[in-house]
Design a protein around this ligand. Structure first.
Ligand SMILES: *[C@@H]1O[C@H](CO)[C@@H](O)[C@H](O)[C@H]1NC(C)=O
Ligand SMILES: *[C@@H]1O[C@H](CO)[C@@H](O)[C@H](O)[C@H]1NC(C)=O
Length: 218
């Protein structure tokens, strides 16, 4: 129940968003198509009593819109050079639509229609044509390539981890060998020295020898 206001807000904003497509503020209806595929762009307006229609396209905010085609009510259809042979219309102002065949990756952009009845213009809603690169075959190749890279990375990491483990084990073993080798002799020397000192200190014969030497000298 606490979530209801938020939900309503989201719904309202969505409704507002979709309700303001045709007011020319840059909002558009997204339309996805694959390279080489076909798509139909709808140019719906309320008043079907029109003389003709231009379709425009803008693919970059910085670049002026370009004309795609013009259709006049008498049946005259004049597509621009890049679209010639690739575009068709349904020639119906009640539900005007334009089909583009063999879509290229350069066809992406915002499309809209401007109808005219003498000097009166009506702008249709805008469609954002989003061209997805690659056919299914290319996608498969791409997927294979990705899989190859994936396994390559896994393999490479495994080798690195294996090398690290080997290195660690080797280091461990080396240290294990190193410790007794370096410490045992030093311990041994120490033990021997301590043993000698202790012997020297506790050996009365040694002491007497020393004393004798001293007394002999003096
Ligand atoms: C065309 O627009 C009218 C009103 O603007 C709407 O009622 C109708 O559903 C639209 N048709 C399509 C196919 O979008
Ligand atoms: C589709 O367009 C490409 C260039 O964008 C062209 O090479 C190809 O021949 C066209 N295919 C058809 C069926 O018209």
């Amino acid at each position: 129940m606490k979530l209801l206001p938020l939900h309503t807000l989201v719904l309202l904003s969505v409704l507002h968003h979709s309700g303001s497509h045709s007011d020319g503020d840059g909002r558009c209806v997204p339309l996805f198509v694959r390279v080489g595929g076909s798509t139909t762009i709808k140019c719906n307006i309320t008043n079907s009593d029109q003389d003709g229609v231009y379709m425009y396209r803008r693919h970059d905010e910085k670049i002026r819109e370009e004309s795609v085609l013009y259709y006049y009510i008498d049946g005259t259809f004049t597509p621009e050079a890049p679209y010639r042979g690739r575009v068709e219309t349904n020639k119906d102002f009640r539900d005007f639509s334009v089909s583009i065949n063999n879509v290229s990756k350069h066809d992406g952009g915002v499309y809209w229609c401007r109808f005219n009845k003498q000097d009166l213009y009506s702008i249709s809603e805008r469609t954002c044509l989003l061209v997805q690169s690659g056919t299914i075959q290319i996608d498969k190749e791409e997927a294979d390539c990705k899989l190859f890279i994936y396994w390559g990375v896994i393999g490479g990491l495994s080798v690195i981890i294996l090398l690290l483990v080997v290195l660690l084990v080797k280091l461990c073993c080396d240290r294990g060998n190193y410790t007794p080798k370096q410490q045992q002799p030093s311990n041994g020397v120490y033990e021997v020295m301590r043993g000698n000192t202790a012997k020297a200190l506790t050996n009365p014969a040694y002491e007497s020898t020393q004393r004798r030497t001293h007394s002999d000298l003096s």
